[in-house]
Design a protein around this ligand. Structure first.
Ligand SMILES: Cc1ncc(COP(=O)(O)O)c(C=O)c1O
Length: 349
């Protein structure tokens, strides 16, 4: 019998699909797949971008769609950092998703890391140094992640406003908000932020809060200075017609997902309560569907073996200065309990 693996290493969704998705699939007319959508002829990219435009109150021609947030990130970094002549510069958080640097490397962009520092049980962006670096480096692009992966900290809209005000209008700013719905359901700050900073691109996804990493649907909102990028990104033959219907259905089911997120929040507290008093452990505050745990490095191998034996995949960090940490996706309650018990078992040996 094949061993069942519990995936808690990529911030996926262990709660199963929302009932609204099954409804969409049941009612979907497969004949629609035999034709491109004609939404483009109406001056819009997709029924999904039109729906996003309605609920976020942002014009449809400032909405970008992609094959996950990953795709939009890659499109933006490739578009703004490639080109002959002078090498272009991207600023990224020191502890962040490895993918940012990797896509900049693909077009020979220069990545420079700006710091995050530890303050008690949370990580924080170092505004002072960031501002200094914006001034010194005059980057072509700045990437900010809120909440950040793997540190789990996020920025308020006031903090975003403060940081953005210190960046030159000729620099493109990308905010990766893949996990933002866990931190805050209020999205009313996005429209005024884009109006004030037309060089801004805010990327979101259905992969995390809406639990659909396998759907590959991401979206972004951009300021009006980035219109050329919109033209580059837009697909005139349309988007996946089943995905766009599922996308609308899940956005209409936000209350359902909020309940799941609330359960995750309870389990986040359980992790803190259960692990924080183990010797050498620290669980960081997180505004996302994962937690970052610092552990005694000499136990790494024992943890890896214990998790493997139980069929649990956990992400053990290897990056400099954060390599005595593991990042654990919040799974279902019983899975979270089993992770805690496994850790405690190893510690008590
Ligand atoms: C910080 C961050 N941004 C973006 C993504 C992209 O997710 P997707 O391409 O599934 O939308 C991930 C996925 O793990 C992520 O951690």
């Amino acid at each position: 019998m094949e061993k069942k693996i519990t995936y808690l290493d990529r911030n996926e969704y262990n709660y199963g699909p929302c009932p609204a998705i099954e409804e969409v699939i049941k009612n979907f007319n497969p004949n629609n797949l035999c034709f491109y959508s004609r939404t483009y002829d109406e001056g819009k990219k997709s029924i999904f971008s039109a729906y996003l435009s309605d609920i976020y109150n942002i014009p449809e021609n400032q909405v970008i769609l992609g094959y996950g947030g990953e795709d939009i990130l890659k499109q933006a970094v490739h578009y703004f950092l490639s080109g002959k002549g002078k090498q272009k510069t991207l600023l990224i958080p020191k502890f962040s998703w490895w993918y940012y640097k990797s896509i900049a490397d693909e077009v020979e962009g220069r990545s420079i890391f700006y710091p995050l520092y530890e303050d008690g049980d949370t990580f924080k962006y170092d505004f002072e140094i960031m501002k200094k670096m914006f001034h010194q480096e005059n980057p072509d692009m700045v990437l900010i992640a809120s909440p950040n992966n793997p540190t789990g900290n996020s920025l308020t809209s006031e903090e975003l406003y403060d940081i953005l005000s210190s960046i030159s209008p000729s620099t493109v700013v990308v905010i990766d908000e893949a996990y933002a719905s866990f931190a805050n359901q209020d999205t009313s700050y996005i429209k005024p932020l884009l109006e004030k900073f037309p060089n801004l691109l805010i990327i979101r996804t259905l992969s995390k809060f809406y639990g659909l990493p396998g759907l590959r649907l991401g979206f972004a909102f951009m300021g009006t200075a980035l219109t050329k990028f919109l033209n580059y990104s837009t697909r005139y033959l349309g988007y996946n017609r089943l995905s766009e219907e599922i996308g609308i259905a899940v956005l209409k089911s936000t209350d359902y997902y909020q309940q799941v997120a609330n359960q995750m929040g309870e389990d986040r507290k359980m992790y803190m309560k259960e692990l924080n008093n183990l010797p050498g452990f620290k669980v960081y505050q997180s505004q996302a569907n994962f937690i970052l745990v610092k552990y005694p490095i000499e136990l790494k191998k024992a943890f890896q073996e214990a998790f493997e034996q139980k069929g649990y995949l956990i992400k053990f960090m290897n990056e400099p200065d954060i390599n005595t940490h593991m990042r654990i996706t919040l799974g279902r309650h019983e899975q979270n309990v089993e992770v805690i018990n496994t850790i405690k078992e190893v510690v008590s040996r």
